[in-house]
Design a protein. Sequence first.
Length: 123
Amino acid sequence: MYTLDTNTIIYYLKSEAAAVSVLEPLLAQDVSLNISAITELELFGFPALSDADIAAISQLLTSLVIVPLDSRVARFAGYLRRVYRLKTADSAIAATALLAHTTLVTRNVRDFQRIPNLLLMPI
């Protein structure tokens, strides 16, 4: 099982080779691919999104499990943000991966590598 960081999806949708080479095999398998609801917010929050961008994001999200930001995730994310000085979105994404016992697929390994027990798959 995997949790996808926002940047993984962005680079995949831009057809960036490294992201495509990691995500295509995962999408082809019968494995759970999660994203945090924060990732959904980030994806739809870019000011310059075109209608085509919105459609591409929406289509990809149909293949993913969107994990809501509930109180349990929020409290754990707050702890991670406080202890490891993460950005709010990164702390929520890391908390989502840790609580779901998944590997976080990200380009920003450096942002997450200090967190014990967080498994990382770089793109």
